[in-house]
Ligand binder design. Structure first.
Ligand code: 5GP
Ligand code: ZN
Length: 120
C-alpha cells in the first residue's frame, strides 16, 4: 500500500472498511475511483450509495476534486439507468443536522418508483 492510500483512509471509518472489503457490501459498481453498493436500510426501491474510494468528509471536500465529483454523479446516473428507468434523486447529506451519519462522502441514489417529496 502506497502513502497515498494511507493518507486517504480513516481507520475508524465504516465506508473506508467497505471500500477495503473488510465489511461486506452488495456492490453494484466499482472502478478505480468509486464504488457503489446497496444501502443497508433502503428508502426507495433502488437505494444505492456511490462512494469515492478516497476518504473525504463530505460533498464540499469532494468538490475540491471536480473530476471526481463529476464521476460520482455519472456513476449515479449509470446505476439509475441499469437498475431503474434512469430517473433518480441524488442526495448528499452534509453535516449532522442535515442527517449525515457517516462522515465519508456518499451520494444516495434513490430510484425505481414515484419518490415521495420531502426529506430522505
Ligand atoms: P447518511 O445518513 O450519512 O447520509 O447516510 C448513511 C447511510 O449509510 C444510511 O442510509 C445507512 O443506512 C447506510 N449505512 C450505514 N452503515 C452501513 C453499512 O455498514 N453498510 C451499508 N450497505 N450501508 C450502511
Ligand atoms: Zn472513510
Amino acid at each position: 500500500m502506497g502513502s497515498t492510500d494511507t493518507e486517504h483512509r480513516d481507520p475508524d471509518c465504516v465506508f473506508c472498511k467497505i471500500v477495503a472489503g473488510e465489511i461486506p457490501s452488495e456492490r453494484v459498481h466499482e472502478d478505480e475511483r468509486v464504488i457503489a453498493f446497496a444501502d443497508l436500510h433502503p428508502q426507495a426501491p433502488v437505494h444505492v450509495l456511490v462512494v469515492p474510494r478516497e476518504h473525504r468528509r463530505d460533498v464540499t471536500e469532494l468538490a475540491a476534486d471536480p473530476a471526481l465529483l463529476a464521476h460520482t454523479v455519472q456513476v449515479a446516473a449509470q446505476v439509475a439507468g441499469a437498475r431503474a428507468d434512469g430517473d433518480f434523486r441524488l442526495v448528499f447529506n452534509t453535516g449532522e443536522s442535515a442527517g449525515q451519519t457517516v462522515f465519508h462522502v456518499h451520494a444516495h441514489v434513490l430510484a425505481g418508483g414515484k419518490l415521495a417529496e420531502g426529506e430522505l
